[in-house]
Design a protein around this ligand. Structure first.
Ligand SMILES: [Zn+2]
Length: 277
């Protein structure tokens, strides 16, 4: 929609609407968000550790000097491990869904090993900005944060990619976290697949409220993309359930026919078995 500006260290930012930016960093093809009001600015998702957080922060500071608040869309490492860097740079308010904050407090340190290659200090838990910074502002269903002539709604539509996915809606733009993912299969590891189908339907229902939809990874998408993701997942869930009726001892026989790659198909089948209805 607008020109792409390359900043140093590979972070780039794209203005998707007035005051609304996507900050793309190469690690994990992560989309962070930046929303700038008259008094404050909001950063959405902080990266997988201090290295990525520094890139995001630099891009943010090239666009605004206002005080910052942070939102974590969910509790996966690539969205939360940069929190300490932002805290150490003066951020006090960290918003997240209550389940996300709880999950971070309980299990975030177990995710450290996943960033061994991209963020070795974070993986080791040594050095600056590597502690786990748990959100201070838990959200249950909905809260509006006014950044000054820029109301931002943080809201929960139900379980999906995790049990604590928070959506961020500005007057123009919906930041959907990993509930919507472009360029890769949906990640089912911590998911609730049946609920996720329903949550995608609700996101599609919001199509007239926002001009732009920013997924957690990849390019901005249209409602057609969300509908297609929803329909594909709905089909996959039905196929997985059929497989558990046909071959309850070994549902993995369904992997070749599911509409995802083998890894994510396996994760989907596992979660269909584990996740309570
Ligand atoms: Zn995720």
């Amino acid at each position: 929609m607008s020109e792409t500006v390359q900043t140093e260290d590979k972070a780039e930012h794209v203005q998707v609407a007035p005051g609304n930016y996507v900050i793309r960093t190469r690690s994990y093809s992560l989309n962070s968000g930046l929303v700038i009001g008259k008094q404050k600015a909001m950063v959405i998702d902080t990266g997988a550790g201090p290295r990525q957080a520094r890139q995001i922060y630099k891009a943010v500071r090239s666009l605004t000097k206002l005080p910052l608040v942070v939102v974590n869309t969910h509790s996966h490492f690539d969205h939360i491990f940069g929190n300490a860097f932002f805290a150490d740079n003066g951020v006090h308010d960290f918003y997240a869904h209550r389940n996300c904050a709880h999950d971070m407090a309980e299990t975030a340190s177990l995710q450290r090993e996943q960033v061994a290659e991209t963020e070795p200090e974070m993986a080791e838990g040594t050095g600056e900005h590597t502690r786990i910074r748990v959100p201070t502002k838990p959200v249950d269903t909905e809260v509006t944060v006014n950044l000054g002539d820029m109301p931002v709604k943080l809201f929960y539509l139900g379980r999906g990619h995790t049990d604590g996915d928070l959506l961020v809606g500005t007057p123009s733009t919906l930041f959907a976290g990993d509930l919507v993912e472009q360029g890769a299969n949906p990640a089912f590891e911590d998911s609730y697949p049946r609920d996720w189908v329903e949550t995608l339907r609700k996101i599609s229902g919001l199509r007239h409220e926002y001009d732009v939809l920013v997924p957690g990874h990849g390019q901005t998408v249209s409602d057609a993309f969300v509908r297609s993701m929803w329909e594909t997942m709905s089909l996959a869930v039905r196929m997985g359930e059929q497989a558990s009726r046909d071959t309850p001892a070994d549902t993995t026989k369904a992997i070749p026919i599911l509409p995802y790659g083998p890894l994510q198909s396996r994760a989907l089948l596992t979660r269909l078995k584990q996740a309570p209805r």
